[in-house]
Every structure is written in C-alpha cells, then in structure tokens.
Design a protein around this ligand. Structure first.
Ligand code: ADP
Length: 378
C-alpha cells in the first residue's frame, strides 16, 4: 500500500533560519510545511522533510516546491513579483502578496508610499547622478533601492569624493539625510489574512558594522508616547500596505524625540527572535497563524526582560562542541543554532536570556553568546 502525503498547508520559499524557526510552531499547530531550499542541507531543509531544492527566481522550481499548498510565504524578500502573480493566478495565496512585498524589496517604492501616507521618514530623494546628492546636501546616506542587506548597499557620504563607490553600483539609488539617532528600534505586528492585528512591544536593536548584534525587549526607558507612536506606525503600515504575516518596521529614535522609519521587512525578523523564549506567542507562530487565517496569539512578554544576542561566525569553528560549554556556563540561556557552516560574520545562531533584572539578563546572554562566538567569556 502506498501512502500519498496530504497537501502541505503552507509552502515556505527560502531555506534560511527564518524558515527553520517556523517548523517548531508548525509542528505544535499541526500545520504541514513545504519548502523551496537553495540546497539539500541548508538551514531549513534540515528540519522540513517536504523540501525541494531549487531557485526562488525559477518559476518551475517555485511551482514544484509549492505543489498543492494553498498558501505561500517567505524566508526572504527576493522572489520576483511576476512569479508571485503567476502563483496567485494558479490559485495560491501569496502572503504577503506581491503588492505589499514590493515595499520591502524596493526602498524607493517604500519611501514614496510611506511619504504619501504621512508616515515619518528621514528626508530623502531619488538620485540619478552625483550632483543630485550634492544638491541634497551632506552628510548623507546613499542607498541602492534594491538588493541591500545587513548594511550592504548603504554608504555614508560626507563629500563628493564618497560618491564614486555608490554610483558604481547597479540599479536606482536614493539619498537620505544622515539621521542623528539615539538608537534603533523595531516595531513588529502580525496581521492575519482575516485583518486581525496584534503588535509586539517595541524593542531596541543594537547594530555592529550594519549587522544586528543584540536586541533588548522591551526597549529600555522608551518614552510611552514614542512607543505608542512606533506601534501606531507599524499598524498603519501593515493595514495600508495590506501586509499578511509578520511585519517589522525598523525605526530610528532621534535625538529630538521622534521616530523615523528606516526600512520594512515582511516576514519574521531578527529583532523578533526574543519572542520565541520571551513572549506568550512567538513571531514565528504568529506568522503561521496570520498566513493561514488562524486567530492570532498574545504578544505579552513572559518575563519583564528578554535579551537576544546573535551568534556571528567568529573564532569558534566547532559550534556543536562549544554548545556544551555555553550550556554549562549558562544553563538557563536558550541556545538556538541554525545548522549553518561557520563563516566570519555570518549569522549562525542566537541566544536568548529572560528575567526580571535587565543587567543580569544582559550579562548572561552576552556571556553565553561570547562562549559560542569567541570561545571565551566576553
Ligand atoms: P539594510 O538594507 O542593509 O538593512 P539599512 O537601510 O537598514 O540597510 O541601513 C543599514 C544601517 O545603516 C542602519 O541600520 C543604520 O545603522 C544605518 N543607516 C541607514 N540609513 C540611515 C540614515 N538615513 N541615517 C543614519 N543611519 C542610517
């Protein structure tokens, strides 16, 4: 007798750690995932049995991985919109859909739309040649509209001499004022296919060399009025752009007490990893609930503080061997490894500590992460 596997409930495109971390809540909720993975042993392919290997830019690979899944969602923002339109025409709900996702793919489209909506952004302009940046004024941040990530495709320009490199890059460019910010914040909401929305506490995210290094939830000493404004911005963006799933709005908290939108991500986000161990419902679970139209779960923190520290590829090459050392040193810090080969600076895992004393929570999370990154206590 042969057993035909039932159709998956959700197809996830992209086999990184975000897809991987959707699997535990999928198991708990009894949702079957399918996956399009970049390779046979990428992070999510290790844990999602129903995976196909292929490219997210190839329509036939997308079709093969999606199969009969009614819902398609994403580990990243790089699927071409025209392929999503084709999948939609063939009867699959893409969540988020191409008309929402474009705002996370293209920073010019995003700036235009948010400005129309009256959402506060840094002063910005589209630029075609270096003289446009000179007219805009220095210091400035020049960005490629598409394809940037983790600080790539972002240049600080103090004078005309700094414009050579960005203008060698391919594609459209925009310029933004260099925002004098106190810190970076992230506001996340889940919006269900039914229109229901829940928002998470606003968190502080600390970056090193353009890469998220640690996240504190909730953001310490955040003025309640600014927190309300940040949550309101995230809800407005989710609603107006028709996002379905998780939305992260990366924000600058300025020296003069404003919040300005930096960029959008329409998927679970690094600044929400704390929620796995720190909130009643994680961002991964709420993402799956949202894209399948299930009722959303509470975003309330389980403890007053959660600190997430990324494990970036460093001196430790054998993460699995070092895992026991970190767990022995800090048994209550939760270690999440992504099954990725260690390369310098690559995100290969994270740790989360929770508790009621922020200094203690920070110390424990950093100690564990440092043992997994550098092999020594930081
Ligand atoms: P990426 O797409 O690589 O994440 P971002 O647009 O988020 O690019 O920029 C990366 C980092 O550069 C931000 O986290 C922030 O630290 C800095 N940055 C970006 N835009 C500005 C700006 N307008 N003013 C000041 N710093 C900025």
């Amino acid at each position: 007798m042969t057993h035909e596997a039932p159709a998956p409930d959700v197809a996830v495109i992209g086999g990184g750690q975000l897809a991987r971390m959707m699997q535990p809540p999928a198991i708990a909720l009894g949702l079957r995932l399918a996956l399009l993975a970049e390779g046979p042993d990428v992070s999510a392919a290790q844990v999602i049995g129903a995976h196909r290997v292929g490219s997210h830019t190839d329509l036939d690979d997308l079709r093969a991985a999606v199969g009969d899944a009614p819902v398609v969602t994403f580990d990243h923002e790089h699927v071409p919109p025209e392929h999503l339109r084709t999948l939609a025409a063939e009867g699959h709900e893409c969540r988020p859909g191409p008309d929402a996702l474009i705002h996370a793919q293209d920073k010019l489209v995003m700036r235009r739309r948010l400005t129309e909506l009256g959402v506060p952004c840094p002063r910005w302009a589209e630029v075609g040649e270096p003289s446009d940046v000179v007219t805009f004024g220095f210091p400035a941040i020049v960005k490629t509209a598409r394809g940037g990530y983790d600080g790539k495709g972002v240049w600080k320009a103090e004078s005309e001499a700094d414009l050579e490199e960005p203008f060698r890059a391919e594609g459209e460019l925009l310029v933004e004022e260099l925002v004098p910010f106190r810190r970076e914040l992230s506001a996340q909401v889940a919006r269900s296919a039914t229109g229901e929305m829940v928002d998470y506490p606003v968190v502080e995210s600390r970056q090193v060399n353009g890469v998220c290094s640690e996240v504190i939830a909730p953001a310490p000493n955040l003025d309640p009025a600014l927190e309300a404004r940040a949550r309101g911005i995230a809800r407005t963006v989710a609603e107006e752009l028709g996002v379905v799933g998780m939305l992260a709005v990366e924000l600058f908290e300025t020296d003069d007490d404003r919040v300005l939108v930096n960029e959008l991500a329409m998927r679970p986000h690094n600044t929400g990893h704390w929620s796995i161990d720190g909130a009643v419902t994680s961002q991964f679970e709420n993402h799956l609930r949202a894209v399948t139209g299930l009722p959303l779960g509470s975003t309330t923190p389980r403890q007053p503080w959660a600190v997430m520290v990324n494990i970036l590829g460093g001196a430790v090459e054998d993460l699995e061997a070092q895992r026991a050392v970190a767990l022995a040193a800090e048994p209550d810090v939760k270690v999440h490894l992504y099954g990725k080969a260690v390369k310098p600076g690559r995100k290969v895992g994270h740790v989360t500590a929770v508790g009621d004393d922020l200094e203690d929570v920070l110390r424990r999370a950093r100690r564990s992460a440092s043992l997994l990154t550098d092999g020594v206590e930081g």
